[in-house]
Design a protein around this ligand. Sequence first.
Ligand SMILES: [Zn+2]
Length: 273
Amino acid sequence: MTQRALWSDLLPRFVLMGLLGISCARFATADDGLQRLVRAYPQQFSATDKPNVLRWKDGTETVYDDGIVKANLDEMLKQATPRDQMSLPYPCGWPMREPAQGEEPGRARCEALFRKMYGDSAAAVEQSLVDVPWPAAGASTKLRFTRVNDAAHALKEVGEEVNALPDEVKRYVAKPIGTFYWRVVAGEEWLSPHSYGIAVDFQLPAPLYRYWRWDAKGSSEVPRYPEKVLADQRLGQIVTIFERHGFIWGGKWRHYDTMHFEYRPELMPPTSK
Ligand SMILES: [Zn+2]
């Protein structure tokens, strides 16, 4: 066989392998996201051999990826599927860098999934809320949080670890300003994660307490990311503790919301809790 003949024989196979490689990589990524959801919420999901299906403990099924590619981030946030929810990796750790355009890890939430896990109405969610001690704000301070998916337990552990930090660090989260509140996100169409009892806001010290809408002053343009936030080591200590217990922080979004912590264990790396 001449070299020319060899190449003409093998080339279509290389092309085919290349195509398979690409499609396998996409499948592996999608499948990994599905498995991470199943692992992160063992109270909710059962393992299944069916690809592309989340199987609930009650026997019902939810399609993981409907195959519809959203035109832009806004479309994705409005109609997020479970796959969309897993598609933006959350960067754990500190120091952090300024979030780039489109970097909104955790803002995509499949609303049907959250409603089924935590409750489909304010009254339904409230049935699972419990009082969690938050000693950094005083011995009698309690935060209302859902016990579904062990979220309240995770928050209690965060509270204990934060309370062991030096006073100049724990004062950062000494003013909790809200947990459960059934509402649509300001200026958007989807339910706030506060509706499910999985989020808590804190009034951080003045230069760090920032929300993009306050800085935008009515414009829809996202302002420049507040640099002081990136440089604050004490804030980093707080964020790192929350992340270790399965919480994401709104300061890692391009549409920053530095007061906001949210229980999202499916977005944590497999090695962490
Ligand atoms: Zn919030």
